[in-house]
Write a protein that binds this ligand. Structure first.
Ligand code: MG
Length: 410
């Protein structure tokens, strides 16, 4: 993996070398909750420097006390008063505003969980990367919207980027079985989501509560909807492209409804090395937390005899056009993945609040990509500010196109 450097926690903190200091960006989401669960089981091995959230002061304050964090920061300034009151007497510092998330990421922790959802996670995550931390990357959007610059900065700073996304974590583990030059392709598995067997007509009428019912994984709303459209797998293609430096033709997607095999690496001699496990995010998170070691994970052990059957099928890009759109954007490169990601965030938001039909999500993304290209928005962002500017303009374009697409797709 690009940007991977040797692990030297003691050199960075001056603290006990056997205790790893950690910061959780996006601590109140589902990845944050799983990370906190592991940290509580491994008390004595980790010390928590900072925890951040968007605006849920109550949950963040509780969590900060539970893990004994030094700093708790909320992005939303309106949540500051409540956070400060709830932390009174605890000795835990409170902070607010988007800049406080960057400050939290900049503090000297050996290991940072980057789990802020969406493009707003980019700047705090880059702050952690730029001071050479070990960054467990759960935010795929920041890799999609600024992957080239992200990996370049990580390499320059000597940061270690560990993939938390279960598929990429699986590939990272499987890649350890051989030399990079001997890899012939990697395979990302996809559950197929709740609409795997649905017709396009049925999907057109799908309601948010149906799309939110993922068959295997319990996750946040954004990623669950992305799983239903297969845009999640599309974003993961782009993520794999940047993380592992692989071209499009070396990254395949395979639908595997049981979500037991998370990723596979095929080597040139025909060997295929896979990583398997129960669909529980605490497995890849535990791998990142203890890397390069291992810890005693609480996830259910895989019982293949009980499962009996694992099945596979080709992804259907006619019924799930988002996957094809993402691959196209990846191959096109430049600003296209940034536009794709921003338009998708808008589309998912509008679907969740009932303003856009399910099939309208991919349609809105496609129209936004077309409009961006027609307007000459093609240049790849070279700074975080440029990436966020493209993100911002793309969101406006998607919002402008919303009514037209919503009418067509209903
Ligand atoms: Mg995934």
């Amino acid at each position: 993996m690009k940007g991977v450097s040797a692990l030297q926690p003691s050199a960075k903190t001056g603290s006990r070398p056997d205790i790893r200091s950690v910061t959780l960006l996006g601590a109140t989401g589902s990845i944050g909750a799983s990370t906190v669960d592991l940290l509580k089981r491994e008390r004595g091995r980790y010390r928590v420097e900072a925890v951040t959230a968007n605006g849920n002061a109550g949950q963040l304050a509780q969590l900060a006390r539970d893990v004994g964090a030094r700093l708790a920061a909320v992005a939303d300034p309106a949540a500051y008063r409540e956070l400060k009151d709830l932390l009174a007497g605890s000795g835990i510092e409170a902070a607010c505003g988007p800049e406080s998330l960057v400050e939290a990421a900049s503090r000297p922790a050996d290991w940072v969980m980057a789990a802020i959802t969406g493009a707003k996670g980019l700047e705090p995550t880059l702050a952690a990367v730029e001071r050479g931390a070990i960054v467990a990357l759960a935010n795929k959007e920041c890799m999609v919207c600024a992957g080239t610059l992200f990996m370049r900065r990580a390499a320059a700073a000597g940061a270690t980027v560990l993939p938390v996304d279960s598929e990429h974590n699986a590939l990272f583990q499987a890649l350890g079985a051989g030399r990079r030059e001997d890899v012939s392709r990697v395979i990302l598995t996809a559950s197929g989501g709740p609409f795997r067997t649905w017709t396009t007509d049925a999907m057109r009428a799908a309601k948010p509560e149906q799309a939110l019912r993922h068959p295997n994984w319990v996750m946040g709303a954004k990623v669950t909807i992305d799983s239903a459209t297969l845009m999640n797998k599309g974003l993961e293609l782009i993520e794999a492209h940047h993380l592992f430096g692989l071209p499009s033709e070396m990254i395949d997607v395979l639908v595997h409804p049981q979500s037991v095999i998370h990723g596979m690496v095929e080597f040139r001699d025909g060997s295929v090395v896979a990583q398997l496990g129960s669909p529980d995010m605490r497995i890849p998170i535990a791998h990142c937390l203890a890397w390069p070691g291992r810890l005693d994970g609480p996830a259910a052990r895989l019982d293949l005899a009980k499962l009996k059957t694992l099945s596979f099928e080709e992804p259907d890009t006619i019924r799930f056009p988002a996957l094809a759109l993402a691959r196209q954007a990846m191959e096109q490169g430049g600003a296209a993945p940034t536009v794709l990601n921003a338009a998708n965030e808008v589309a998912v938001g509008e679907f969740l609040c009932g303003k856009l039909g399910f099939t309208g999500i991919a349609a809105l993304v496609e129209s936004t990509l077309d409009r961006a290209e027609r307007r000459g928005m093609t240049r790849e962002p070279t700074t975080a500010a440029e990436a966020l500017e493209i993100d911002h303009v793309s969101r406006s374009m998607a919002s402008e196109l919303l009514l037209e697409i919503a009418a067509k797709a209903s």
